[in-house]
Each structure stands twice: as structure tokens, then as C-alpha cells.
Design a protein. Structure first.
Length: 436
């Protein structure tokens, strides 16, 4: 563990500490953030004291990403929620907005240090240790994911940054420099398995023994994880972050039973029903949309921020000794498809299809007929066959029946030849959305 005293603290004690931090954070927002001053007063809260503590947080309004974007202007490109003066901003990351206009994420020096601390806790849970070499494929450019790379320095590792889209360079570095761990998206890890097989590269015999995946759902899917572990001959654990809140907030330990909250003491987590916005109690097996609140952030703190990540949570103490809640990301609520009243996540369909390996490659593409989340059955799904595999009507029917039995969704399965569906060196695209 990176910080054993923190990571094993009884959760009830953590909540007590967090409550005091939360009250200070709310007072900070009411004093410095014009966005939250207006938002909270519109909701009937005139003072920080009237907001109360964490036991009353569900009574506060949620924060939508669209609200933050709407508060941005030429005069205030980072938005009116910014609560620190420019002379205290140490770094500004960006995300690509839906219109192509970047959304900016400012950080003070303390915010950045907190991000690195949470990332160090999250990544160290995987079992990586001081003195090991780790190779990374995330770009340390304008995007927030680059901040996670500072965790490897904090952990005392030998870091070999390669970045996105440099497969030849990556595999040469693995062959020559022999890192024991690698960091990438699960889509890229799957793609590299195919790349290595095409070129006779012995990926399973390489030095990599730990594969840390993040950036998209998938690393926790049982069938995909098993395929990656077999291909790489490595143990697969996943991590998760949200750009507006922090990078690598959650990290999975070697028990592989969900990602621990590495940002404990920095971020408070809630679950809500994504449709009704009602709170969902944190308990083993609870599912809902993840809502996060900063506890000691300075530049642009978020209060009840809707992440749009649909997760399953566990609150029991893990066998590793960490006491923070654990989550597995099921999918993005904004990627959710509703097929005649049944909610289905694209990653869930992929997980079922992966049961049919080695007849299929595991690459799928869902092609909704209508714009928006609501679809009429059968839902069209292209399933790529494995190399040298011949699809049959019987295989398509078996896959269709299995999806119906597991997910209660009717699909139309189209088997397509190997190499038909696009691979990714970063994140995979599971849905081909219709224009609205």
C-alpha cells in the first residue's frame, strides 16, 4: 500500500473526517465560486451553514457537465465555477467538448499534488512496487490523463512513457527494456494481442507481468479480462478517473474484486438512480450512477458532479485490508440503450459475445436504427469472427439466444469476417450512433 494508515482506516472514521472537510469545501465554494453561489441560493441555501454536512448532501442539486460548459465564455473560458485566481493556477488540462470547443480543467499546485497522491494509491493497489519499470501509453499532453503519470515518479518506479499511437516503439521498448508492468486502455491491450500474433511477437513470453488498464469500461469484464491475461501472460487490474474530478480515483488490487476509492479524503462518492436522481444507499451489490464531490479542491471544485458512469459497488472490507468502497464500471449512462423498456449497456453485450471465443474475435459494433437511446427490437449487432473462423447461421442464432437469456434483449446478429471492425490504439467504439 502507498499509504497504509490512510488506506486501512475504518470507513466510519473516514466519513467523520470527510464531513469536516466537506463543510470547509462548501464554505470555500460559497465564498469564491459564483457558479455555486448562484446554484445553491437558487436551491434555497443562503449560507454554508444552511447546507449542513454529508448526511444532508442528497438534498443539494446535482451538477451537470452541460451547466459547467454553459457558464464558459470568451471572458471566462474556464467557467464561473472557478474558485481560485489565475496567479494560483499551476496547470490547465483540457477535454474535447461536444462541439469541438475544449473544456478546460484548471489545477492549483495543491490540486495537482492531490491528483498524483490519489493516482499513486490507485495504481499501487495493482501490486507494482518501487524500483520496477513500467511502460505507459497515455499522452502527457493537454489531456487530464497525463496527470496520472506523475504517480509512477511518486511510487519510485522507472517510468518509460511511450504515448498513444506508437505501437512499434512500444513493442520495441518492451522487448529491449523489459518493463514488468504496462499501462493502457483495455481496447489497446486487446489490439496489441492481435498485432503481436500477426508478427510473431511472443507477447505472453515478454517481461510484462502486470497489465494496468483504464480509460474505458472493460477491464473488469470477466471474459475480456481472462482473454487479456491469457494473451499477455499477465495479471490484469483496472483503474478509473473522471477528468473534472481527478485521474485514477479508483484502483483495483490484486484480489481483482473491484476498484478501491484511492481518492478517499479528497473525494466523496454517492450513488443515484440515473432516471429519478434519487439516492441509492451504498451497500454490497448496489448499482447506480456515480456522483462525486470534491472535499479539498481549490481551482474548480465540483459539488455532486454527475459522472454518467453506471457502477456496481461493494462496501465490505476487501481481503487486501483496504477499507474504502470498491466499484466496477458497468458502462456510461449516456451510452445506455433502452430496447423496449430494457436497459442494456454496450459493454454488457460485448461481455456475452466474448463467451464464444475462440470462434469470435471479441470485437463488436452495435448499429442502432433510431437516434437516441430508445430502440425497437431486434437491436442490430455486428460480431466479428476470429481469424480463420467460418461463421454459420447456427453460431449467430446461439449468440442471439445467449444475449436474450442473459440481458433479456432481442438482437439481430450479423457475423462479419476477421478484420472488418475497426480496432483502436486508445478507446474502442462499441456503438455506431445515428445522427439526431
Amino acid at each position: 500500500m502507498f499509504e497504509p494508515d490512510v488506506e486501512t482506516l475504518p470507513w466510519r472514521d473516514q466519513i467523520r473526517l470527510d464531513d469536516a472537510l466537506y463543510r470547509k469545501q462548501v464554505a470555500y465554494l460559497m465564498a469564491r465560486s459564483r457558479f455555486y453561489q448562484g446554484k445553491l441560493r437558487d436551491a434555497g441555501f443562503e449560507t454554508a451553514e444552511s447546507v449542513g454536512g454529508l448526511n444532508a448532501i442528497a438534498g443539494l442539486p446535482l451538477t451537470e457537465k452541460s451547466e459547467i460548459r454553459a457558464s464558459c465564455s470568451e471572458a471566462e473560458p474556464m467557467g464561473t465555477h472557478v474558485a481560485a485566481p489565475m496567479d494560483r493556477i499551476a496547470r490547465i488540462y483540457s477535454t474535447s467538448g461536444t462541439t469541438g470547443t475544449p473544456s478546460y480543467i484548471p489545477l492549483t499546485a495543491q490540486d495537482l499534488d492531490n491528483w498524483v497522491t490519489t493516482s499513486a494509491r490507485s495504481y499501487s493497489a495493482s501490486g507494482i512496487e518501487r524500483g520496477e519499470a513500467i511502460i505507459s501509453t497515455y499522452n502527457a499532453g493537454p489531456f487530464a490523463a497525463g496527470a496520472a503519470l506523475g504517480a509512477f515518479d511518486r511510487l519510485g518506479m522507472c517510468h518509460i512513457p511511450v504515448g498513444t499511437g506508437n505501437t512499434e516503439r512500444l513493442m520495441t521498448a518492451i522487448r529491449l527494456l523489459k518493463p514488468s508492468a504496462a499501462v493502457m486502455t483495455p481496447s489497446y491491450a486487446a489490439y496489441l494481442g492481435e498485432w503481436a500474433a500477426d508478427r510473431g511477437f511472443d507477447l505472453k513470453g515478454s517481461s510484462v507481468r502486470r497489465l494496468l488498464v483504464a480509460g474505458e469500461p472493460g477491464g473488469g469484464e470477466a471474459k475480456l479480462r481472462a482473454r487479456l491475461e491469457e494473451t499477455w501472460g499477465a495479471r490484469v487490474t483496472e483503474a478509473m478517473g473522471i477528468g473534472d474530478i481527478g485521474v485514477s480515483l479508483w484502483g483495483e488490487c490484486e484480489e481483482q474484486c473491484g476498484m478501491h476509492l484511492g481518492a478517499r479524503g479528497f473525494v466523496h462518492a454517492e450513488l443515484i438512480d440515473p432516471e429519478t436522481e434519487a439516492p441509492v444507499a451504498l451497500a454490497d451489490g448496489a448499482k447506480g450512477e456515480l456522483v462525486l464531490t470534491h472535499l479539498r479542491h481549490q481551482a474548480a471544485p465540483m459539488l455532486r458532479f454527475r459522472t454518467r458512469d453506471h457502477v456496481e459497488i461493494w462496501t465490505s472490507v476487501c481481503r487486501c485490508g483496504r477499507t474504502a468502497p470498491r466499484v466496477r464500471c458497468i458502462g456510461r449512462t449516456d451510452d445506455l440503450l433502452i430496447v423496449r423498456g430494457v436497459n442494456v449497456f454496450p459493454s454488457a453485450i460485448r461481455d456475452v459475445v466474448n463467451e464464444f471465443a475462440p470462434a469470435v474475435s471479441g470485437v463488436i459494433l452495435i448499429k442502432p436504427v433510431a437516434a437516441g437511446p430508445r430502440q425497437e427490437p431486434p437491436l442490430p449487432v455486428s460480431v466479428e469472427l476470429a481469424r480463420d473462423s467460418e461463421g454459420t447461421p447456427e453460431l449467430a442464432e446461439t449468440i442471439r439466444n445467449r444475449i436474450r437469456d442473459v440481458l433479456v434483449v432481442s438482437t439481430r446478429i450479423e457475423l462479419v469476417p476477421w478484420g472488418t471492425l475497426q480496432r483502436s490504439e486508445y478507446k474502442s467504439k462499441l456503438v455506431q450512433h445515428q445522427a439526431g
